[in-house]
Design a protein around this ligand. Sequence first.
Ligand code: LR7
Ligand code: MN
Length: 573
Amino acid sequence: WIFASAMYFYYLNSADSSNSFADNSDNGGGGGFGPASIRRAKAESIGKKDRAKNIVITRQQAADSQASSASQEQQVMWTNFDWKAYVAGGAWHAGEDKYAKNKFNQQVSDSVSAIRDVPDTRESQCRSIQYDSTDLPDTSVVITFHNEARSTLVRTVLSVFRMSPYHLVREIILVDDFSTDEDTGKLLTQIAKVRLIRNNRREGLMRSRIRGANAATGHVLTFLDSHCECNKDWLQPLLSRIKSDRKAVVSPIIDVIGMDNFDYIGASANLKGGFAWNLVFKWDNLNSRELAARTRDPTAPIRTPMIAGGLFSIERQLFNELGQYDTKMDVWGAENLEFSLRVWQCHCVLEILPCSRVGHVFRRQHPYSFPGGSGVVFTRNTRRAAEVWLDEYKQFYFQASGGARYIQPGDVSERLELRRRLNCRSFKWYLENVYPDLKPPSAPLTKRGELRQGEKCLDRLTASVGSAPAMYPCHGSGGNQEWLFSDSGQITSSDLCLQAMSATPDARVLFSRCEINNAMQQFQFNPPNTLIRLKASPALCLDTKPIDGASLQNPRLHSCIAEGKFQQWSIKW
Ligand code: LR7
Ligand code: MN
């Protein structure tokens, strides 16, 4: 499992429902499915119409309820689907890069049976629980995908049928998020109970899941990624928990399917989902009290501050009442943060059920493009969540995430309105009651202020990689003359770090991308009046002595002189 969470860390370094909580109407906002440029405006107009009359949403739903499937005579039971021919139609060919398309080993995936047995990874106590499956609510399984390999997708679909009481699966709704090969989804609708929605442009997983949810008819929605394998009796614990408490939002333990060999490995049950102040998902060990509770009853739900995001069940009506997802988030990332905070703060509970296990292929890289760039999209999504749910704690996020304050979140008013309408609790409540392990940082992570010598201040100017800042008359209004000082000694502006080009006298000091372990970006200073030394070479100081003929007064490194007027800085935080 350590392996898997390490991978997870690695690659991460990589319409709104306007329904009232009380009103049980079944539709959430669909969302604008227009080109990126007009999508926002359209989504806003949908929001308005939704408040007025629900007209647009009804139309969207009508469209989605036509999710296509082959006609009934053409459909076969899943047991009779020719998955070998299906996989062959999109198979890896000798000579191709095995990882190129999927970022997992497609050759191995294609060679693994679509109906293989995986080890029963549940704890023994789970195996003796009897579920009365005649008395459970049914579920629609929603699987969105963009250019998924056929072998993993069909294994996901067949494992749902193989591992579930058939009558509890109302349908599987595939949402093809504009994959290149239209047949990947289409051919699977030959299987009875499989329905397909295809986006006619890339929407990202949030809006895709909403389309799936809007088309669904089951009592419960169960979301899965497109490269999963359900384990024995995975579904009954999820449905029975929701039956006993409709406000429980529940997730299985996510086992690991190796991206290289497709081995199925059980994950630890002693983990819950969480995050640090950068708001990036991580697994946390259960604390001693939680571990003691697990020893007493290894089958009991584990309350989790956050879910990984891809695999969970929620009563369909609750999903809509709670506002589905933020339709203005794009592609991938942070919808699980936003969703988790919303579930807890808006009077529901989020749990991992240890007797339900589903495998997932963990990867190190995204196999698909991010229109707009993965860093920007992920940060923007995260910031949208922070703007709506974090209250005054938002500042800790800004301090912990270098770039967030520079990326505009866009309009979040509809989500704030949703929060108000649902009468949701504060983030402070969440910290105290759900995630006490997350402590506010003891000291601010980053200080800010100007870098002054007499009447002149260091000004970042255009601040691009390789450019140099220069001394200018202080204007006292922050902006180009505001610098951030991190505990590790980085001096940053515009999300770029000052870096000594070498540890030698006369070396230039230029803007560079910030790198946590780069010694040439770490300085030593002791405000208010101080020399600024290069930590790695403390006899060298930041010096602004003008150079003959140079029009700008740029900083360089020079041997430190205690009283040097071009080396003495006053820093006010
Ligand atoms: O533009 C896209 N359109 C899509 O339909 C991008 C993706 N997708 C589909 C994709 O084909 C897949 O089925 O969305 C699903 C999730 O994408 P992945 O598999 O690339 O995501 P992931 O497994 O790397 O990431 C996890 O975090 C995501 C944050 O946005 C989502 O919540 C994923 O569902 C989630 N996956 C899991 O929770 C599985 C366990 C991972 C862990 C820990
Ligand atoms: Mn995934």
